[in-house]
Ligand binder design. Structure first.
Ligand code: ATP
Length: 224
């Protein structure tokens, strides 16, 4: 089916993925099942907006996302952001996906975020526009508490009336709901993996072996 004709909810998963790890992979996999998504579109950032320059190139982070997701028929990789040198912002990315030749205006889009990223939403460029472009699904993440009644004030105001636990609401409208979901808690972060690699320690069982082989072959993350 051409992408623009598919009306089933599509997950959109952006990140620095420096490097991609099992926390990301389980988030996307469990989101597919729990939220009844047709697929997840992975969108590695070129130059992330809210952090320093990643340690490895956008092309290498993209290559690692491709390697990690290649054998999963529900995952697709969108390389567009890695090809531009300016900062990556989520709202323009979603506006691009809304073009008629990509997803169009009607297909439900579900932006996948960990709780830490959701809580920082008010720092994002044009963040209030997100709700007209996509639903937001927030995965629980160890170390980040997500309680509807104790959100930062601006975020709480923007989300008022949007929270739902009803997955069916994601397919009945193209955008605008916020749905928390519990995933297998995995206290894995790219920061931890970079630190372990820089310290010469093992990262096995934190990310796929194919990625560890890629990292070793390209001598990545060897410095603090
Ligand atoms: P870093 O440690 O470099 O900040 P990270 O591990 O948080 O990186 P990102 O690429 O920044 O990875 O994250 C992309 C998205 O994945 C974010 O929405 C983030 O909240 C989410 N995420 C990353 N790791 C986990 C995890 N272990 N559990 C749940 N969500 C996660």
């Amino acid at each position: 089916m051409p992408e623009a004709d598919d009306r089933r909810p599509l997950g959109v998963f952006g990140g620095t993925f420096d490097p991609v790890h099992f926390g990301h992979l389980r988030l996307a996999e469990e989101a597919c099942d729990r939220l009844q998504l047709a697929a997840v579109r992975w969108i590695p950032a070129g130059q992330p907006a809210l952090r320093g320059t990643p340690q490895v190139s956008a092309a290498q982070r993209l290559a690692m996302v491709r390697l990690a997701t290649a054998d999963n028929a529900r995952f697709a990789v969108d390389p567009t952001e890695t090809a531009v040198s300016q900062a990556s912002y989520t709202v323009p990315t979603l506006e691009r996906l809304r073009r008629p030749e990509i997803c169009g205006a009607q297909r439900p889009l579900v932006l996948l975020l960990g709780a830490d990223a959701f809580l920082r939403l008010p720092e994002w460029h044009r963040w209030q526009s997100l709700f007209a472009l996509a639903h937001i699904a927030v995965a629980h993440r160890p170390g980040s508490q997500l309680a509807e009644h104790s959100l930062p004030a601006a975020l709480g105001d923007a989300c008022r009336g949007r929270f739902t636990m009803d997955v069916a609401q994601l397919s009945s409208t193209p955008a605008g709901r916020v749905i928390p979901f519990a995933m297998t808690p995995l206290a894995i972060s790219a920061t931890q993996i970079r630190a372990l690699l820089a310290g010469g320690c093992s990262v096995r069982y934190l990310l796929p072996d194919t990625l560890i082989a890629y990292i070793r072959a390209h001598h990545l993350y060897t410095e603090h």
